[in-house]
Design a protein around this ligand. Sequence first.
Ligand code: FES
Ligand code: FES
Length: 157
Amino acid sequence: MNRQISLTVNDKKKEIRIDVRQSLLEVLREQLGLLSVKQGCAVGECGACTVLIDDVPIDACLYLAVWADGKSIRTVEGESRNDKLSRVQQAFVDEGAVQCGICTPGFVMAATSFVEKHHQQNISRHDIRRGLAGNLCRCTGYDTIVTAVQKCLDEDD
Ligand code: FES
Ligand code: FES
């Protein structure tokens, strides 16, 4: 069964027709061409598909596109402005936290939400690790990612 939905994606209104069985991940990638949204595990374990829905990080692989009707979606493509990286993106670059193309977009979106949510709070590295626990990288440690997030939070002070 198909349905028309309207949603806002990276500040742009979209009216699209979807199959109600499609995940938001499929629609963002295949219909809207937002290829930053990656499929890793496809079962809600890895966080590679993390997008912000009404500013809350969600695994797009587990979220039906039809549920996004009327909501606002943010992906990595919408985070830079006028060719300028967002401060989280810039902190990832500056701290060497950019990893592979599969896990990094999800980390950036989860980190963006974390920084926005914990603006001007006293947050430890342990808190940041817990906050990003839904995003996995099997290749390396998470230290530089935690440092990038810490840097953004410190800039808020
Ligand atoms: S692809 Fe969605 S959580 Fe892994
Ligand atoms: S999964 Fe991306 S660098 Fe490990």
